[in-house]
Design a protein around this ligand. Structure first.
Ligand SMILES: Nc1nc2c(c(=O)[nH]1)N[C@H]1C(S)=C(S)[C@@H](COP(=O)(O)OP(=O)(O)OC[C@H]3O[C@@H](n4cnc5c(=O)[nH]c(N)nc54)[C@H](O)[C@@H]3O)O[C@H]1N2
Ligand SMILES: Nc1nc2c(c(=O)[nH]1)N[C@H]1C(S)=C(S)[C@@H](COP(=O)(O)OP(=O)(O)OC[C@H]3O[C@@H](n4cnc5c(=O)[nH]c(N)nc54)[C@H](O)[C@@H]3O)O[C@H]1N2
Ligand code: SF4
Ligand SMILES: [Mo]
Length: 690
């Protein structure tokens, strides 16, 4: 560790952001002020570096845009005019309003809205959940990110458990499928780089030549939303040419024979047509995958933001079983490691406090929930850990809802955002340096404890403390509302699962981070032991049949594509995808690191640009029936014809026209898990003549 001056302290903290890497951070504190932040060189995943965003977390913490005091609205809704009030006035007002709304419209007219501003178990979801459950508020289905893929993966494999990310170093073929590793999972790149040095070949499958795809040995660019067809075509070839691992299929899988028959329906010629690839590419990909060992696939969430997102992930998850690559530690597939952590969620969230029959509202349909829902209508919205006025789909509808004079909106935030603008009461939240938290990860197998490095700025308080105080104001007397943060953390770790055996809060606090108790060379499904009801890899799934799905992998076309919706495509012929910009974390950092992003931009293929008389650097309007937004055109062959890419998520209030990409994205849900379909979005683009 670096030598430090005597009056400096180094505090161990954890990156709280929604990112698979969950980095271990070392914060240098001097005279009560954080002055430096670094990646922990001892943490096996962090490897001594933080991403470009969180390297600037000190700047973020002390940024002038921080929201430091409670305030109430004094101007018209959405005008962003506020006046400072005391915490007591804020909490009293909120408690009185929630009480009154609960009496007049029933408690289900209150809707909490949160996502993953922080991934820490305490502040992501503990006291807040207990509070809203006890209140009888509507439940929020937290589907904006991962639920389609997680559901599809679960049907096949049983849980969010897959290849150890540290094992990728030993792979000979790595397929980065619908994931922009260098931007959204950068610490995996260290392992990929080492594998490559040892001779591995790296393939990217992405409609866009992302930063990652540009670095790979081979970039395959299918049409968006057609991955299941590509995987079915690969399996067709693998079975046709006898490259399957028949012993693995027979011993550890259900439905090998039915799958073999199903994939006969996907000959390479048809798959070429569906995916927009050529037959030779599909043949080569299938052969390389089936004849190189170990071959590991990394998928993330980008490829499942389409109509058939759940089925796509379910189908891709069959590939390692077909070639038997689960036998090797550096084989298999990884979507998320979160299911490897046996956290006691019931203790954290107390679902037993939910009144029977409470309704659930899908967060992807916030627009409809605020504008169309009755019985009862939503009368109060309580936002924390999220910035829906930037990140939610169909923002025209969302903003119409947020502008309702009769909607009481509370926003607990670290910054003045697109969403706080619409609040009646705003409350200041602490950042990660100002509170403690316990962290699992979704991109590795280490638990971690984040210490408090500095005193809270202004009058900011953590999420747990907010809901503790509100529960007291509302007279909730159950003992769980008095639990302090350490107690909640202990409850979360209280599980009989062997993966947590011996991992106590004390040990974790002392060490900073600890690996889950899993064998050092664990290949989770080398000998079956899948987490499905049958204990096998379910290529054929009875559960899917019972849930109304095709029990076998199949291709589900996008809702909005020239093939499935030619009439819509006549007016809106281009598919718009809007993956994260390199310097943003969803909308987080959109007010701090925008100076490193030359945007908002729209990447468009030269052939599509010429047709529309668009030159590089032109201002363009991107629009469909839902809405539109303005961006600067980047004419580039990074994106294939008929697809356009808008790196995101820009703050509306910081763009020239006050709108961002989500003014065009749909509220439509994916096939499984009620997931979002951000990238299933047809638009037209036109040059703005000034
Ligand atoms: N810097 C940064 N890192 C992040 C985030 C961030 O905003 N910024 N967000 C975090 C969060 S919340 C998440 S969920 C993850 C997301 O991380 P990823 O899953 O990597 O998600 P995306 O960048 O949305 O999509 C990855 C790639 O999929 C491509 N893609 C889009 N549609 C398709 C398709 O149909 N098929 C295929 N094969 N590819 C497709 C996109 O072009 C993109 O390059 O990243 C996390 N990490
Ligand atoms: N077009 C398009 N839209 C997308 C996506 C996309 O790829 N394209 N990605 C989608 C995905 S994958 C996701 S996960 C969602 C993400 O959507 P969100 O989870 O809403 O993510 P952020 O935009 O990062 O907003 C989080 C907010 O929480 C605040 N916050 C952070 N920590 C705390 C805390 O401790 N307490 C409180 N009260 N607040 C805190 C931050 O300041 C920030 O404003 O966006 C989705 N939207
Ligand atoms: S955002 Fe991801 S890569 Fe960046 S510091 Fe946090 S965990 Fe690490
Ligand atoms: Mo996400």
């Amino acid at each position: 560790m670096t030598t430090i001056a005597l009056d400096q302290q180094i505090i161990h903290a954890v990156c709280p952001h929604d990112c698979p890497d969950t980095c271990s951070m070392l914060v240098t504190v001097q005279d009560g002020k954080a002055i430096k932040i670094q990646g922990n060189p001892e943490h096996p995943i962090t490897n001594g570096f933080l991403c470009t965003k969180v390297s600037r977390y000190v700047e973020r913490t002390y940024h002038q845009g921080r929201l430091l005091y409670p305030a109430k609205r004094v101007g018209p809704k959405g005008a962003g005019q506020f006046e400072r009030i005391s915490w007591d006035e804020a909490l009293t007002t909120i408690a009185e309003c929630l009480q009154a709304i609960s009496t007049s419209h029933g408690p289900q007219s209150i809707l909490p809205y949160s996502y993953a501003g922080t991934m820490g178990l305490l502040h992501y979801g503990s006291m807040d959940r207990r509070f809203f459950h006890r209140l009888g508020a509507s439940l929020l289905d937290r589907t904006i990110c991962a639920s389609a893929g997680a559901t599809g993966y679960r049907y096949t494999v049983g849980a969010s458990v897959g290849t150890d990310p540290e094992a990728y170093v030993d792979a000979k073929l790595i397929i980065l499928w619908g994931t922009n590793t260098l931007t959204s999972n950068v610490h995996l790149w260290t392992f990929i780089k080492a594998a490559r040095k040892a001779g591995a070949r790296v393939i990217a499958i992405d409609p866009w030549r992302s930063r990652t795809a540009a670095q790979c040995d081979w970039h395959i660019a299918p049409l968006p939303g057609t991955d299941a067809a590509l995987a079915l075509g690969m399996m067709h070839i693998i079975f046709r040419d006898g490259l399957q691992d028949q012993a693995y299929l027979d011993e550890y899988c259900l439905g090998g024979e039915q799958l073999r028959q199903r994939v006969q329906e996907y000959p390479p010629e048809l798959v070429a047509e569906l995916t927009g690839l050529d037959v030779a590419t599909i043949e080569q990909l299938a052969h390389e995958y089936a004849t190189t060992a170990p071959a590991a696939i990394r998928i993330n969430y980008g490829l499942q933001r389409h109509a058939g997102g759940g089925m796509a992930v379910r189908t891709l998850a069959c590939l390692p079983a077909v070639i038997g690559s689960w036998r090797e530690r550096a084989g298999g597939i990884l979507l998320s490691t979160s299911g490897t952590f046996p956290i006691n969620n019931a203790a954290l969230e107390r679902p037993d406090l939910i009144p029977a029959g409470t309704r659930m509202i899908n967060m992807n349909q916030l627009g409809d929930a605020l504008t169309e829902l009755n019985d009862p209508p939503v009368q109060a919205l309580f936002v924390y850990n999220s910035n829906p006025a930037s990140v939610a789909p169909d923002l025209e509808a969302v903003k119409r809802g947020l502008e309702r004079e009769d909607l009481f909106t509370v926003v607990h935030e670290q910054f003045y955002t697109d969403t706080t603008r619409y609040a009646d009461i705003i409350l200041p939240a602490t950042t990660q340096l100002e509170h403690v938290d316990l962290h699992k990860a979704y991109g590795h197998w280490y638990l971690a404890w984040s210490n408090q490095a500095i005193e809270p700025l202004g009058e900011a308080i953590p999420n747990t403390e907010l809901f503790r105080r509100l529960a007291a104001k509302m007279g909730f007397s159950e003992p769980c509302f008095s639990d302090d943060d350490q107690t909640i953390a202990r409850q979360a770790l209280n599980s009989n699962h062997p993966a947590l055996a011996g991992i106590t809060l004390e040990r974790l606090q002392e060490a900073g981070w600890l690996r889950l108790n899993v064998p050092s060379n664990w290949a989770p499904f080398a000998e079956g032991n899948f987490l499905t009801p049958s204990g096998k890899c379910e290529l054929y799934s009875e559960r899917m049949l019972a849930d109304g799905f095709d029990p076998l992998p199949t291709y589900t076309a996008p809702y909005e594509s020239p093939v499935t919706n030619p009439r819509l495509a006549e007016r809106y012929p281009l598919t718009l995808i809007s993956p994260p910009a390199h310097h943003f974390l969803n909308s987080t950092f959109g007010n701090i690191l925008q100076r490193y992003e030359s945007g908002p931009t729209l990447e468009i293929n030269p052939l599509d640009a010429i047709e529309r008389n668009i030159d590089d650097g032109d201002q363009v309007l991107i629009r469909n029936d839902r809405g539109g937004f303005v961006a600067t055109a980047v004419v580039t062959d990074r994106v294939r014809q008929a697809v356009v890419v808008a790196p995101s998520i820009w703050w509306s209030e910081l763009t020239v026209d006050g709108r961002n990409v989500n003014h065009t994205t749909p509220q439509a849900l994916s096939d499984m898990g009620g997931g979002a379909t951000f990238y299933d979005n047809l638009v037209e683009v036109e040059r703005i003549v000034s």
